[in-house]
Design a protein around this ligand. Structure first.
Ligand code: SF4
Length: 326
């Protein structure tokens, strides 16, 4: 039997007022997305900067109000709870922020940093020194790192400290925003292996937010590709990487360096800038950039589903090129 979802996001919108608080107009940073994450599963939100993925993650974590839809965590509706009522839930849902060193207070030792969640949420009589050693051990750092300060850490070590803080309170879900940003490629691999190992060992579910497709391939079971605040393609990571069906997904993957020359893809160059959220294109919102757009694409929004496209790609068969280009 499939386990019940630990997190359900149902038709969520996030609207930002335009022109001040009294303004009537709003832009949609997230425009109605739905997904579920089950225990032990990693779900990746992928997209270019400005696609809405970080806004969506902040909404899940209660740091951003939603304007429509519902967010349910461990069977409890959590949207609209407010920061105070979210606090106890943060024991079970922790957030790893993007900047590995900047997110750590420079005046605190590593020991204090990794045990800070206990001081915020209560430690139930635990010995914090022992907890620091246990957590450092879990993330592969020696016990004597407890006495170091953030400026004495490498980028990879700082990220491990961030992971230790995130798992301190035994969460069921971790939301990780760009978990390898700013790290060398070899260190990225170490951090991703650590996340995979902890997920298996602790039974964690994860939501990973990234524009880095290498990260997605390495850790995610399922993925959603975001464009202008909507999901354009959702699916099993292996399936999407093997045969992307939405033209935007295909373009992102074609720009991803492929180490195996036999599997290298033809590069798909996207011709235009990303449209502004203030003036969303008609019909399929990707039609201004899509190499395969047809007249129907500008006229009608594509049907909802795992692939939001009138003419999804299929392996070995490409639709005709768009009608307004040679
Ligand atoms: Fe391209 Fe048309 Fe599909 Fe949109 S609906 S992605 S414009 S082919």
């Amino acid at each position: 039997m499939t386990a019940a979802p630990i997190l359900s996001v149902d038709d969520v919108q996030v609207a930002f007022p335009v022109g001040g608080l009294l303004a009537r107009d709003a832009i949609l940073g997230v425009a109605g997305v739905s997904f579920e994450v089950r225990p032990g599963e990693t779900f990746a939100l992928v997209g270019e900067s400005g696609s809405g993925k970080t806004t969506l993650a902040r909404a899940i974590n209660g740091l951003q109000d939603i304007s429509q839809g519902a967010i349910t965590f461990e069977g409890v509706r959590i949207d609209g709870l407010g920061r105070a009522r979210m606090k106890p839930l943060r024991r079970r849902m922790s957030m790893m922020f993007q900047d590995p060193v900047g997110s750590l207070s420079p005046r605190m030792t590593v020991g204090d940093l990794v045990t800070e969640p206990f001081r915020i949420h209560g430690h139930g009589g635990r010995n914090l020194r022992d907890e620091a050693v246990r957590l450092l051990n879990l993330v592969g750092l020696p016990a004597d790192f407890a006495g170091r300060y953030p400026h004495q850490l490498s980028g990879g070590q700082a990220r491990r400290v961030g992971v230790a803080r995130a798992i301190a309170l035994d969460p069921a879900l971790i939301i990780a925003d760009e978990p390898t940003a700013g790290l060398d490629v070899s260190v990225q691999g170490e951090v991703l292996n650590l996340l995979n190992e902890l997920r298996e060992r602790l039974g964690l579910a994860m939501v990973i937010i990234t524009h880095n497709l290498h990260v997605v391939h390495h850790v995610a079971d399922r993925m959603a590709v975001m464009y202008l605040g909507r999901f354009v393609e959702v699916g099993e990571t292996g399936t999407v990487f093997a045969a992307p069906r939405h033209p935007y997904t295909a373009a992102l993957l074609s720009a991803n360096p492929e180490p195996d020359p036999d599997r290298a893809r033809d590069r798909i160059t996207l011709p235009a800038e990303v449209p502004s959220l203030m003036s969303r294109p008609s019909g399929c919102e990707f039609h201004t950039r899509c190499p395969w757009a047809q007249a129907k694409c500008a006229a009608m929004p594509p049907p909802a589903g795992d692939v939001s496209c009138h003419f999804p790609l299929s392996p070995g068969a490409r639709p005709p090129p768009r009608e307004d280009r040679p």
